[in-house]
Design a protein around this ligand. Structure first.
Ligand SMILES: Nc1ncnc2c1ncn2[C@@H]1O[C@H](COP(=O)(O)OP(=O)(O)OP(=O)(O)O)[C@@H](O)[C@H]1O
Ligand SMILES: [Mg+2]
Length: 290
């Protein structure tokens, strides 16, 4: 594989947070992943394993505690470490990426159209008539043009996500990041959002990184998948690799990792994730206390 094929190279990424008492909580404990140009990569794993933290490190929102995050956008002559970029470099990078956060995160005091226009105003110097044209196009792409003058509080969950998508793609990004795009949506709306994401990724030829624990959704959109477990990469593979584990009989599995991945993908309540007796970590704590 040539360097050209890698959009983001994450090497031994570590991230700790300081607790109020001064001690540290290590959330990412050395994550190494390549995001390939044009692929849709799913980041999955149990609640609290570090998915959102990983995404926030990738987009430069968190200062990292160790390792490297090397970006190679079309504008860059050579891969560049996000931790070593100055404000000008960072701004340039921010123009090449689009982000849809866990909550959708529209500004409630602005109309849908103004929300979509915001990145255009922030990052470029085009005049109002151009902005209007781009906003119209982006809202058309997500079938939200009819709602352009509404306030976010008057939209359904699915409509908010669509508007968020229009905003995330406003600058025609090379790389799109999504945190839980289908969280809180019913299965039909969720499938429609997945389809829209895949459609946009193909049309715009974007590299897409999606954090999710919705397995139906993950298997619909993934090219490759990464499973995180307590701040480490448990497995990285193609969608087919994970489908094989999901559909296998756990009795035929030789490793604990495979059993754990199988349990996670199938949402089963007993297995190594919950231990042999079917107790969760929480239940074990309670019993140990009592
Ligand atoms: N800003 C922060 N300060 C301190 N601790 C944090 C911070 N952000 C996250 N954490 C801790 O890091 C761990 C991982 O959190 P993170 O939000 O990355 O999990 P997640 O995998 O996205 O979970 P979920 O599926 O519930 O969204 C948690 O223990 C959390 O409490
Ligand atoms: Mg999260």
């Amino acid at each position: 594989m040539s360097e050209q094929d890698v959009a983001i190279s994450v090497r031994d990424l570590r991230k700790s947070f300081a607790r109020p008492d001064g001690t540290e909580i290590q959330v990412l404990k050395g994550v190494t992943v390549d995001v390939l140009r044009g692929e849709t990569l799913i980041i999955m794993g149990g609640s609290g394993c570090g998915k959102s933290t990983f995404l926030n490190c990738l987009i430069g929102e968190y200062e990292i505690s160790g390792g490297e995050i090397l970006y190679q956008t079309k504008k860059m002559e050579a891969p560049r470490d996000i931790g070593k970029m100055d404000e000008a470099n960072l701004n340039e990078l921010r123009m090449s990426i689009g982000i849809l956060f866990q909550s959708g995160a529209l500004f409630n005091s602005m109309t849908v159209a103004d929300n979509v226009a915001l990145p255009l105003i922030e990052h470029s110097y085009v005049d109002q008539s151009i902005i209007d044209i781009v906003v119209t196009l982006k809202l058309q792409q997500v079938k939200m043009l009819a709602h352009r003058d509404k306030m976010p509080s008057h939209l359904s969950g699915g409509q908010k996500k669509r508007a968020g998508l229009a905003r995330a793609t406003a600058l025609d990004p090379e790389i799109l990041f999504y945190d839980e795009p289908s969280a809180g949506l019913d299965p039909v709306t969720s499938a429609a959002i997945d389809e829209l994401m895949m459609d946009l990724s193909k049309k715009l030829h974007v590299t897409t990184v999606v954090v999710t624990h919705e397995m139906d959704s993950a298997f619909r959109i993934a090219d490759r998948m990464v499973m995180l477990e307590q701040g480490r990469v448990l497995r990285i593979g193609t969608r087919q690799d994970f489908e094989t584990i999901r559909d296998a009989d756990p009795r035929d599995m030789t490793t604990q990792d495979d059993q754990l991945i199988h349990q996670f993908l199938n949402g089963a309540s007993s297995g190594p994730l919950t231990d042999a007796e079917g107790m969760t970590e929480f239940e074990k704590l309670i019993r140990a206390d009592g």
